[in-house]
Ligand binder design. Structure first.
Ligand code: ZN
Length: 167
């Protein structure tokens, strides 16, 4: 398993919901967490490792030692969003690209845990940003799609370079 970079086609796929949780998905979640920590990220979505189902891993603290901040979410959705805030955002599939992106300030997320139970989380700011960014991935939506015109312009060189490297 490895993190795929833009413009890998897996990043544009719409992921299918999981109806059962088997050994394979649990192993994938553990491997995704490991990759995320190695890359010093805060979140990683299944399509970023070329998997086609709705699973994301997060550590809100970005610290592998803070297990309380760690979470695996299956079939996650944002059920409510409030307010708006623009802040710097990056993505492990776009190394070295950081731009301002406008997001909901506060969200309510619902997801299934590896325990098979439905969970709900209400959070704001960075945590809310991570939820929105990662859930977007499951719908084939990338943070470059959410950038305003200036951020988009500022990303052009990085994107061209990524496309060159991919080819
Ligand atoms: Zn991302």
């Amino acid at each position: 398993m490895k993190i795929v970079k833009y413009p890998h086609p897996a990043l544009r796929a719409k992921c299918r919901p999981l109806t059962t949780l088997e050994e394979g998905e649990r192993t994938a979640a553990a491997q995704m967490l490991e990759l995320m920590y190695k890359a010093e990220g805060l979140g990683l979505a299944a399509p970023q490792v070329a998997l086609d189902y709705q699973m994301i891993v997060i550590n809100f603290a970005g610290d592998p030692n803070e297990k309380d901040a760690e979470l695996v979410a299956v079939n996650p959705v944002i059920v409510e969003g409030k307010g708006a805030i623009k802040d710097r955002e990056g993505c492990l599939s776009f190394p070295d690209l950081y731009q301002d992106v406008r997001r909901f300030k506060t969200v309510k997320a619902q997801y299934y845990g590896l325990d098979g139970d439905l969970h709900e989380m209400v959070c704001s700011d960075l945590a809310a940003r991570i939820w929105q960014h990662e859930i977007d991935h499951l719908n084939g939506v990338l943070f470059i799609d959410k950038m305003g015109p200036l951020a988009r312009l500022g990303s052009r060189k990085d994107l061209e370079q990524l496309i060159d490297e991919f080819e």
